[in-house]
Design a protein around this ligand. Structure first.
Ligand SMILES: Nc1ncnc2c1ncn2[C@@H]1O[C@H](COP(=O)(O)OP(=O)(O)OP(=O)(O)O)[C@@H](O)[C@H]1O
Ligand SMILES: [Mg+2]
Length: 255
């Protein structure tokens, strides 16, 4: 299984339905999606449309799912989590930092590979800031936490997500608290990940990041409203629509 993991990064969802206890209707409804390797998919959609749920489904951590969630052709929940873990990078919407040092937080509390920690921090635009702490990468998060802004915390989450260059990286609103410099670092990171053959799913409310997208997916009320190559989707969304669903259907068919 480990040798297969080198290929990881191809996502396929077949008739995916994600539910939650106490809800009358599913959160995600009949989602079909194929995302090839080395692509950047940007997911858009209003608050509550199911974007974060989709992120958790892709990470294999949403419990109530029917349909297929395939990573490299295999159900995500059939992979050994310990083996799979290093190949998945996830920046949750609500980034949590844990007791421990900055290096440990970036290295996900596994064995610390210092070169990878520095590479991840550099790509998140954090390295120089971390070196300004007297204890550098060994600064306990409790000491650093008080000194970290929301954007800096988010960058630590980004560094954690790209640590070790995982095959599939899912970033849930990574730019919510970033200034222009932070967003520029994010764009560079995503472009670098793509260039080295990684697959990136990026959820955002902010249109500034669309330039990095190969493909766009618009979720509305748990359904895929439209998905396809970025420019085709943007054209379809801007085109006047005489009948309600003609334009998105054309984009899906063309993709
Ligand atoms: N654990 C849960 N149990 C029940 N309902 C949930 C759970 N998590 C999310 N939901 C519901 O599912 C819907 C989609 O939530 P989700 O967090 O995926 O939306 P989102 O598109 O990420 O929104 P936002 O842009 O605000 O982050 C919402 O109605 C939310 O209340
Ligand atoms: Mg969300």
């Amino acid at each position: 299984m480990l040798s297969r993991s080198a290929q990881l990064g191809v996502i396929k969802l077949n008739d995916l339905v994600a539910t939650a206890p106490g809800r009358a209707s599913p959160i995600l409804k009949n989602i079909n999606l194929t995302l090839p390797k080395c692509q950047v998919l940007v997911v858009l959609g209003p608050s509550g449309s199911g974007k974060s749920t989709l992120a958790r489904v892709l990470m294999g951590v949403w419990p109530d799912v029917t349909g297929d969630v395939l990573l490299d052709g295999l159900p995500v929940d059939s992979w050994d989590r310990v083996q799979l873990g290093p190949h998945l990078g996830y920046l949750p919407q609500d980034i949590e930092l844990f007791e421990g040092t900055l290096a440990e937080n970036i290295a996900r509390f596994g064995e610390i590979n210092s070169a990878h920690v520095i590479e991840a921090a550099r790509s998140a635009g954090l390295h120089d800031m971390i070196l300004r702490f007297p204890k550098g990468y060994d600064t306990p998060i409790g000491e650093a936490g008080a000194l970290l802004s929301g954007g800096q915390r988010q960058r630590i989450g980004l560094a954690r997500a790209v640590y070790g260059n995982p095959a599939l990286i899912v970033l849930d609103e990574p730019n919510a608290n970033l200034d222009e410099a932070g967003e520029a670092a994010l764009v560079t990171t995503v472009q670098h990940m793509k260039a080295i053959g990684r697959t990136v799913v990026l959820i955002t409310h902010r249109p500034g990041i669309l330039a990095v997208a190969d493909r766009l997916l618009l979720l509305l009320d748990g359904r895929v409203q439209v998905e396809g190559p970025r420019d085709a989707v943007l054209a379809a969304l801007q085109a006047p629509r005489p009948s309600t669903s003609a334009a998105p259907a054309a984009v899906v068919a063309a993709s």
